[in-house]
Write a protein that binds this ligand. Structure first.
Ligand SMILES: Nc1ncnc2c1ncn2[C@@H]1O[C@H](COP(=O)(O)OP(=O)(O)O)[C@@H](O)[C@H]1O
Ligand SMILES: [Mg+2]
Length: 435
C-alpha cells in the first residue's frame, strides 16, 4: 500500500471517529441520550410489565402483583425510600423521578420509579421508590453494532479511493523513475503514460521539457566538438608555417621566438585534444566495454607515467579480479589522477585498489602528500576549467579539464569519483566502480 494512501486512510479513520463523537453529542443535546434510548428499548419488557400489569392492579393489590412478578422474574425489584433514591441520582434525573417518570441507569442496568405520587397503593407509598436491578440491558453490544456500521461505511468509501489512488500512484512512480534516469544522464528517457491517466498532461509537459534539454545539450556538445575539430586544421597549418619560417630565417634570435610560439601552439593543440576527448565522453556511445584485468591495467598506468622525482607505490590487493569496462577510458581516468598527484606531491604517491567486501565493487585510490584540496573546493574541482587559485600559475600546466574528464569516464562506467584528505597529508582521490 502506498504512503499517500496510507496517510489518507488514517485521516479518513480519524475523521470518521470525530464525526461519530459529534453525532453522539449533537443527538444527545437535541433528542436525549441515544444510549439511554437503547437501554429503554432493551428494558421494554420489564417496563411494560410494570406499567401494564402491576400498575393496573386494584389499589390494594399493587404489592401482591409486584411480588408475583418478583417470583417469576430474573430482575430484582426492591423498594427504597424516596430520600435514598434521590441521593443515588443526579439533579436532572431527580426532577424526573419526582414527576413519577421512569429514570434509567443504563450503566447500572437498573431503573427507578416512584410507587405512586399520592399514597393510594399502600400506606406511605408516595414516599417509596421501586428500584429494578439486573435488567437485560447490554449497551456494549449496541456500541459494537454502531462501530461495525461505521467500519463498513469507511471500507465502502476507502476501497474505491484505494483503487483510484493506485492508478495515480503508478503513474507518478513511472514519472519519478523517468526523472531519476534523466537526472543520471540518460537524456533520451521519456515517460510513457496512457492518455487516460490523470497525470498524462503533466507527463507530456515533462517529456517536452526533457526533449528541449536533450536538444540543448546535444547542440552544446556538437558546438564544442565542431569548434575543437575546426581549430585543428589552422593549428596544424600554423605549426607547419612556423617550421618553414624557422628553416628559412636561419636566425638564432628569431628561432628562440619561434620555439616559444611552437610551445604555445602545442599547448593549444593539447587543449583542443582534451576538449575533443571531453565532448566524446558526454555520451555512453563512446564506451567500448570488455572484461579487464584490473591489476595489469593499474600497473600499466604506473609504468607509463612520465619520470619524476617522487616515489610512486602501487599497493594493489591480491586477486582484484576482472572488471567490465573500457580500458582506454579507465586508464585515462587513473592516469589523470596520477599525473595530478605528480604535479602536487612532495615525495610520495600511492596508487591502491581493493574489492569492497559488502558490495563487490572496486575502489581505486590515488594518495599524495601534497597540499591537498580544501573542503570547500571539493565539489568544484570537477567542473571543467576549474583550477585552484594557487595553481593558476602556468608552471603547473593544465587547463582544469583533467578531473572533469576523469569524472565523466568513471560516471560512464556507473561509478563515482570523490576527493578526501589522504593519510599521507595531501589529497586522496577515490574511484568507486560498481560490481
Ligand atoms: N592531487 C592534487 N593535489 C592538490 N590539488 C589538486 C590535485 N589534483 C587536482 N588538484 C587541483 O584541482 C584542479 C583541477 O585539476 P584538473 O582538473 O586535473 O586540472 P589541471 O590538472 O589541468 O589543473 C587543479 O588545478 C588543482 O588545483
Ligand atoms: Mg590535471
Amino acid at each position: 500500500m502506498n504512503r499517500i494512501f496510507f496517510r489518507f486512510f488514517v485521516l479518513v479513520m480519524l475523521s470518521i471517529t470525530a464525526a461519530t463523537f459529534v453525532i453522539y453529542f449533537a443527538f444527545a443535546r437535541l433528542f436525549g441520550d441515544p444510549l439511554d434510548d437503547i437501554a429503554r428499548r432493551q428494558a421494554a419488557a420489564q417496563i411494560f410489565l410494570l406499567e401494564q400489569y402491576v400498575d393496573q392492579a386494584p389499589t390494594d393489590e399493587w404489592l401482591t402483583r409486584l411480588n408475583n412478578v418478583r417470583e417469576v422474574s430474573d430482575v430484582r425489584y426492591d423498594l427504597m425510600s424516596l430520600e435514598q433514591a434521590r441521593e443515588a441520582l443526579g439533579a436532572g434525573q431527580r426532577a424526573e423521578l419526582e414527576r413519577g417518570a421512569i429514570v434509567l441507569d443504563a450503566a447500572g442496568k437498573s431503573f427507578y420509579r416512584r410507587v405512586d405520587l399520592d399514597g393510594e397503593r399502600y400506606i406511605g407509598s408516595q414516599d417509596e421508590v421501586l428500584h429494578a436491578q439486573d435488567l437485560p440491558i447490554d449497551i456494549g453490544q449496541a456500541l459494537k453494532m454502531e462501530v461495525l456500521r461505521y467500519v463498513i461505511v469507511a471500507i465502502a468509501i476507502l476501497v474505491p479511493i484505494a483503487l483510484w489512488s493506485r492508478s495515480h500512484w503508478k503513474a507518478l512512480q513511472s514519472l519519478s523513475r523517468m526523472a531519476d534516469e534523466f537526472g543520471a544522464g540518460k537524456l533520451s528517457v521519456r515517460a510513457h503514460l496512457q492518455p487516460s491517466d490523470a497525470v498524462y498532461p503533466l507527463a507530456e509537459r515533462i517529456n517536452h521539457m526533457a526533449g528541449r534539454i536533450e536538444e540543448l545539450m546535444e547542440a552544446q556538445r556538437s558546438l564544442l566538438h565542431s569548434v575543437s575539430h575546426e581549430l585543428r586544421t589552422p593549428i596544424a597549418r600554423l605549426e607547419f608555417g612556423l617550421e618553414l619560417l624557422d628553416a628559412k630565417a636561419n636566425n638564432p634570435d628569431l628561432s628562440k621566438r619561434i620555439a616559444a610560439m611552437e610551445g604555445d601552439l602545442a599547448e593549444l593543440n593539447n587543449l583542443v585534444k582534451e576538449l575533443l576527448d571531453m565532448s566524446k565522453l558526454d555520451s555512453a556511445r563512446s564506451l567500448q566495454c570488455a572484461s579487464l584485468d584490473l591489476d595489469a591495467l593499474l600497473r600499466d598506468c604506473c609504468a607509463t607515467l612520465p619520470p619524476s622525482t617522487q616515489q610512486v607505490a602501487c599497493e594493489l590487493a591480491p586477486q582484484l579480479g576482472a572488471v567490465e569496462g573500457d580500458a582506454r577510458l579507465l586508464a585515462r581516468a587513473v592516469g589523470n589522477l596520477l599525473r595530478n598527484a605528480q604535479k602536487y606531491a612532495q615525495g610520495n604517491i600511492v596508487l591502491s585498489a581493493r574489492r569492497l567486501p559488502d558490495t563487490g565493487g572496486v575502489e581505486i585510490a590515488v594518495d599524495d602528500d601534497g597540499p591537498g584540496i580544501p573542503a570547500e573546493e571539493r565539489e568544484r574541482i570537477f567542473d571543467p576549467f576549474y583550477r585552484l587559485d594557487r595553481s593558476r600559475d602556468r608552471a603547473t600546466g593544465g587547463f582544469g579539464l583533467g578531473l572533469s574528464i576523469a569524472q565523466k569516464a568513471v560516471a560512464l562506467h556507473g561509478g563515482s569519483l570523490r576527493v578526501e584528505t589522504s593519510a599521507l597529508g595531501g589529497a586522496r582521490f577515490v574511484i568507486g566502480l560498481p560490481a
